[in-house]
Design a protein around this ligand. Structure first.
Ligand code: ADP
Ligand code: ADP
Length: 215
């Protein structure tokens, strides 16, 4: 795919395939096009040329069906500041029409270590805790594909460990993950394959250790 913003070429002829049970890590300097790639994959931006397909669905024609299959952590948290932790997740659970909403909310809160903060308003949470909640929101509807743009931002060590477990579980269950990060060690630990993007071009890719994949 290719993505232009006016005259600016944000992605140039990028071709990428991600299989089930794969976690692909994308590295590259600021402005390389990493966020743009994830925004296109998550249907938040349209490619200028080329195609995006996901689980048999094609963008942009089936973007709304595709949106249900993906879970997104972006630079914006998509959280409501004036609602509590629980209310935020409850809102999204209704949006997705989850039948086991209460149980699932409880489960994702426990996965992120937020179980005792359900009544706190988002605006009163630290940046790292807001990031944990953003991750909880992204996995709430059990998406087949996780698209994570610098998901480790603001997380402490425990938060990163929890994120790594979530990624490992996603891969173990046959889902797929695409993530960007500036933390090379973290990225190589969770990813099975890493790609390097620079000025909108995919320069190289290689296998990563994929430590978590076999666990
Ligand atoms: P990265 O995430 O690797 O830092 P981005 O995908 O954010 O890179 O940006 C890639 C290029 O596209 C940059 O030159 C950036 O300024 C440009 N860009 C990103 N989003 C927009 C936008 N909405 N409008 C115009 N230019 C954009
Ligand atoms: P952050 O990633 O920290 O949220 P961004 O750089 O992504 O900040 O900016 C937020 C929004 O602005 C995004 O929708 C992004 O696509 C857009 N954007 C990024 N770079 C540019 C740019 N050079 N010109 C116009 N819009 C941009």
């Amino acid at each position: 795919m290719t993505k232009r913003y006016g005259n600016r070429l944000a992605l140039h002829d990028v071709s990428l395939r991600v299989d089930p049970s794969e976690c692909v890590g994308i590295f590259g300097p600021n402005g390389a096009g990493k966020s743009t790639l994830l925004r296109v994959l998550s249907t938040l931006a349209r490619p200028t040329a080329g195609r995006v397909r996901c689980c048999g669905l094609e963008m942009p024609a089936q973007a709304s069906e595709m949106r249900r299959l993906v879970g997104v952590v972006g630079h914006q948290t998509y959280l409501y500041d004036d609602l509590t932790v629980w209310e935020n997740l409850d809102f999204y659970a209704r949006l997705y029409g989850l039948r086991d909403a209460g149980d699932r909310i409880r489960q994702v809160l426990d996965l992120l270590g937020l179980g005792d903060r359900t009544e706190e308003r988002v605006r009163a949470l630290s940046r790292g805790l807001q990031q944990r909640l953003a991750i909880a929101r992204a996995i709430l509807h059990r998406p087949r594909v996780l698209l994570l743009d610098e998901p480790d931002t603001g997380l402490d060590r425990e938060g990163r460990d929890r994120l790594a477990s979530i990624i490992g579980e996603q891969v173990r269950l046959g889902g797929a993950v695409v993530l960007t990060t500036h933390a090379v060690e973290f990225g190589c630990q969770v990813a099975s394959r890493v790609l390097f993007l620079d000025r909108g071009r995919l320069l190289w890719e290689r296998p990563a250790s994929g430590d978590l994949v076999d666990e």
